[in-house]
Design a protein around this ligand. Structure first.
Ligand code: DC
Length: 208
């Protein structure tokens, strides 16, 4: 059984890359960001506070990984709320346990998030850290929103990304950082296809 751990900041391309890798190797894929988003959405929908750790942990223990829907969880406000509840150790404990159970599925799994190589799957056979400069990520995120028919201002998107990075990298419990044995892929000047080829070369070499 093989586990591929993929970490990196928001909008670096790790989601697309993870889906392509899972498809190419026939592995199950879990976007762990969706688990944090699902907890945040459950709290918002129920009118519950986002700053009560035991309430949020209770919601985290109820999350069903098979019911995660990217479309309904993709809203910007949900991502922002998710990064707030993601600082809570009790919430992380509940979600990490569910993610670890998922990682043991045969024939293999791809998990992407912020702490997969460092905390969730420290023994993963392959670890990738996918990143890009904040400016490039902001431009890509803005283009994505505009292509989807929405409105987005570059400066606002960039400051959102920088705020999210600071929260994800600065928290005490499981901060975003590359595992010591992670392979770095900087997608700043790469197309998704080039990044995918780079990832495949790393994975094939590691699995040989
Ligand atoms: O990748 P994303 O934007 O869907 O993640 C939403 C938030 O969830 C992110 O700001 C931090 C948190 N998160 C985390 O703390 N650990 C993970 N493994 C995945 C996401």
């Amino acid at each position: 059984m093989t586990t591929i751990a993929i970490d990196g900041p928001a909008a670096a391309g790790k989601g697309t890359l993870s889906r392509l890798i899972a498809g190419a190797y026939g592995f199950h894929h879990l976007d762990t960001g969706l688990t944090y988003r699902a907890v945040a959405k459950a709290l918002i929908d129920a009118g519950l506070p986002l700053d009560d750790e035991s309430v949020a942990a209770h919601a985290a223990r109820e999350i069903d990984l098979s019911g995660l829907d990217r479309a309904t969880l993709s809203a910007h406000a949900i991502g922002d709320a998710a990064s707030k509840i993601a600082v809570m150790p009790e919430v992380r404990r509940a979600l990490v346990a569910a993610q670890q159970a998922f990682s043991r599925k045969a024939p293999g799994t791809v998990l992407d998030g912020r702490d997969i190589g460092t905390v969730v799957c420290p023994d993963a056979e392959v670890k990738l850290y996918v990143t890009a400069s904040p400016e490039i990520r902001a431009r890509r995120r803005r283009d994505e929103i505009v292509t989807g028919g929405g409105q987005a201002d570059y400066a606002t998107v960039l400051s959102d990304i920088e705020r999210r990075d600071a929260r994800d990298m600065g928290r005490t419990d499981s901060p975003l950082r590359p595992a010591a044995d992670a392979h770095l892929i900087d997608t700043s000047t790469m197309s998704i296809e080039t990044a995918f080829q780079a990832a495949r070369a790393i994975i094939d070499a590691a699995l040989e």
